[in-house]
Design a protein around this ligand. Structure first.
Ligand SMILES: [Fe+2]
Ligand SMILES: [Fe+2]
Length: 164
């Protein structure tokens, strides 16, 4: 019935699954390098994208479609923090733009619920963009100090952990 919506919802799931993989890859590498703030941000955002997959899948099932669960892209093996944040911010920007367009398409096809879902996701992707963009600005402003501070915070945490 809503074949076009099902196709768009599956495309969104592919984007979200790619984001989960990419952000978890960034999470492991930030954690490995001792950048706890960024490691947590990537993990937290990956979990948020997983919940987006859930909402999109529920909508597909409601429309009696099949949830394809295809991953949109291969993970980019980036270890440099500035490049991670740039890619992540770009991914969020692209998602927000696509979801805006797809909301309009669903609306044109008289599928108001899918439109509302895409619109709700736009708001969340823009928040993710803002978080990545803020960290990118901090990195530019404070440079190596920004990263050093995260490592120092981790060491402090370890000290208090062993004392307690
Ligand atoms: Fe998302
Ligand atoms: Fe996002």
């Amino acid at each position: 019935m809503h074949q076009k919506s099902i196709e768009l919802l599956n495309k969104a799931i592919a984007d979200e699954l790619y984001a989960i993989h990419q952000y978890m890859y960034f999470h492991f590498h930030c954690d490995d390098q001792g950048f706890d703030l960024l490691a947590n941000l990537f993990k937290k955002t990956a979990i948020a994208e997983m919940l987006h997959v859930e909402r999109l899948a529920e909508r597909i099932l409601f429309l009696k479609g099949e949830v394809e669960m295809k991953v949109g892209s291969e993970v980019q093996k980036i270890h440099d923090v500035e490049k991670m944040l740039k890619l992540a911010a770009k991914m969020e920007e692209d998602s927000a733009k696509e979801y805006n367009e797809w909301a309009n398409e669903c609306s044109a096809n008289a599928d108001s619920n899918s439109r509302q879902l895409f619109e709700a996701l736009v708001v969340e992707e823009e928040t993710h963009f803002d978080q990545y963009d803020t960290e990118l600005e901090n990195l530019k402003k404070f440079g190596a100090n920004y990263l050093a501070l995260q490592s120092i915070e981790r060491s402090k945490g370890r000290d208090s952990g062993s004392a307690g």
